[in-house]
Write a protein that binds this ligand. Structure first.
Ligand code: MG
Ligand code: MG
Length: 255
């Protein structure tokens, strides 16, 4: 069931989204060669505490998971696409990092992700990250009243495929509100004009995931969470929580 949010609820979700934006900005600024993923997780955790917010990631255990998620950020490095568990791994020169982060404040959840490089970037990684951001922007631009979910999916997929990148099937965006994952699902590829019609008050997380090697295959790592590319190529992820309104899409996790 797709739940429409009131304008007041959307304003409250914006407050949760701003905590997410602050944390991602802080994590990105702190990420450098030699910094560990657990240190970045602690930075984000402290921002949650300071805001009086909690983590929808910590302890999260969806049906596919055999263990609860142990951290407040997902840190996915190089060939990890999403759902990476922060470890003591220290970032190296040229790493591509995808950071996914959520916050729950006042009973509302915000969810956002970004990818960036550490140290001296590889040109291919810069192109991949830029394509992820372009795909996200195209998805957001299609998130308007009168369109359908398929229009968002088509916009995202077109950017990814045109640039020659792969799209992991079975993972994508979602409705969001009181819970991190609500209806409808928002695929990263699809046919225009199909799917649920977009209405004022719908809030969704739009999140393209791109595989640099151009194939779609991925597998779950032995940790039971991390999704890695089958071809070993690097991946990028970009996400915002977006409210669909009569005045146009409103990015609630804007940084
Ligand atoms: Mg996310
Ligand atoms: Mg999400």
């Amino acid at each position: 069931m797709v739940e429409l949010k009131t304008d007041t609820s959307i304003d409250e979700m914006y407050e949760a989204g701003q905590v997410v934006g602050r944390a991602l900005t802080a994590v990105r600024e702190a990420a450098d060669v030699g910094v560990s993923l657990l240190e970045l997780d602690e930075i984000a955790h402290q921002i949650l505490r300071d805001a009086g917010a909690s983590s929808p990631f910590l302890g999260y255990r969806p049906s596919f998971a055999t263990t609860p998620f142990p951290a407040v950020i997902c840190a996915s490095v190089n060939n990890a696409i999403v759902h990476g568990i922060p470890t003591g791994y220290r970032l190296r020169d040229g790493d591509l990092v995808s950071m996914d982060f959520g916050a729950e404040l006042g009973g509302w959840v915000g969810d956002s992700a970004l990818s960036f490089t550490v140290g001296t970037p590889r040109a291919a990684d810069v192109r991949l990250i830029e394509a992820a951001e372009r795909a996200l922007a195209a998805g957001i631009a299609a998130a308007v009243v009168g369109n359908r979910i398929g229009d968002i999916a088509h916009a995202i997929g077109t950017v990814c495929r045109t640039a020659g990148y792969g799209i992991p099937q079975g993972f994508g965006g979602h409705g969001i509100g009181r819970h991190m994952h609500e209806d409808p699902s928002v695929p990263n590829e699809g046919r225009p004009g199909r799917g649920f019609p977009l209405r004022h008050g719908m809030v969704i997380a739009i999140e393209p995931m791109l595989i640099g090697g151009g194939t779609d295959g991925y597998h779950e790592a032995p940790d039971g969470w991390t999704l890695r590319t089958n071809d070993g190529s690097r991946a990028a992820h970009a996400e915002h929580t977006v409210a669909i309104t009569d005045a146009g899409p409103r990015i609630l996790t804007a940084r």
